[in-house]
Write a new protein. Structure first.
Lengths: 238, 238
């Protein structure tokens, strides 16, 4: 939850190759964000990533209303993305957008909608899901964006599938019977604990520091993920 | 994700004691739901729970515009709630509501807002959070509702705390370095897979059945929880 002060605050996903002097054109919503939300002048610095060339420092170039982003120097090398896919039956709009956002923060590589017998949402707006995934990737510090695939019928999902394992909750699996955990999960604000607070917390005897991975999770994702991890390890999630 | 056909579909949290013949008055939003959403006539059956007497079958009684719910017979005995608390800095409205909903589905006993130096949301609508927690408890099959406590300053949080452990993500904890997982998580629709689909899936060699605990998770919660569990066990969440 801490930002590196030397790194540009604004991170943008682009599709162009990144190399010294390479230019990238922001998508419409990115241009709006740069100009009307962040109000970045020409010369301001941003960070760029494209899923394969790592993260690059870049400057904003303006020519009238047009914006270009000029890569200057590398910030971080590309890292491997966990090869984890999420296959999900489409649900209603706000909730499916949330799935795209949270799955991106949790590091998935592929978002695959699947149509089942009881799926009552037939149309999936792939472009909107992809836009949510891009925004979440920009915000959480990932160097890649999940691929959003077109919906597939469940019966065709495994055609030519290979050996990739698929974890799925099926009815009838007995719930784990374990002693309920006693404890508390503490989640800080979006900006993270202050340094004073973090030092103070770290010295308290009841505090158990936990890692939530290399990406920056939004506060609500951190809450859900931390509860899941504890319930899975000590509680009633098997 | 399967409902027991013999059980009433509508579950309501009430504050009255439950025993044979006991009457409970639905809260305003519950009465609206019964009358205008579900359109349940007098004599229809619902399930009631209050956090300590288990779950009860009850009938709807109508007298003009007034509704009463009359407990008939027990459906399930009370179960212990995991003694897990979530302490969280307030965030913006839609996201804090989500935290209350998801934490309830994941089984927490207490929701405790905490004010930190960088918390920029000062007012917390406890009643709205409690209403979300009740609705989530009704929907997910819990027999209890999390207690929503008034906000407390971080510096006072541990006054008289005792030995309860507190898990917290602090800056500087090194991320786990593990081989990225290769696999997929498959999440069905809100209504669950059909029996045919579940049988078919269960027989496929690549399928790994997993349990997601005794409560009914909404599809997006199931997706987030399953990804977290896998990333924690095999991936880059430590």
């Amino acid at each position: 939850m801490t930002a590196n002060a030397q790194r540009p605050k604004v991170r943008l996903f682009v599709t162009e190759d990144l190399a010294p002097g390479a230019a990238a054109v922001p998508r419409e919503e990115q241009a709006h964000y740069l100009t009307h939300v962040m109000r970045l002048p020409a010369g301001a610095e941003v960070a760029l990533f494209n899923g394969h060339d790592g993260e690059w420092r870049a400057t904003v170039e303006r020519e009238g209303k047009r914006i270009r982003l000029r890569a200057i120097a590398p910030l971080r090398p590309q890292e491997p993305t966990p090869d984890l896919w999420l296959i999900f039956a489409p649900i209603k709009r706000a909730r499916i957008d949330l799935v795209a956002e949270k799955a991106t923060e949790l590091g998935v590589a592929v978002l695959q909608p699947v149509l089942t017998e009881r799926t009552d949402v037939e149309r999936v707006n792939i472009d909107r899901l992809a836009a949510h995934a891009i925004e979440a990737a920009e915000q959480c510090g990932r160097l890649s964006v999940p691929e959003v695939r077109p919906p597939v019928a469940l019966g065709k999902l495994f055609d030519g599938w290979g050996e990739r394992r698929v974890w799925v909750a099926l009815p009838g699996a007995p719930p784990a019977v374990q002693a309920p955990p006693a404890g508390a999960v503490l989640i800080g604000p979006e900006g993270g604990f202050s340094e004073t607070e973090a030092r103070w917390l770290g010295a308290l005897p009841q505090i158990v520091p936990v890692g939530l991975g290399p990406r920056i999770l939004r506060a609500e994702t951190a809450a859900i993920a931390a509860l899941t991890m504890l319930q899975a390890r000590y509680g009633d999630l098997s």
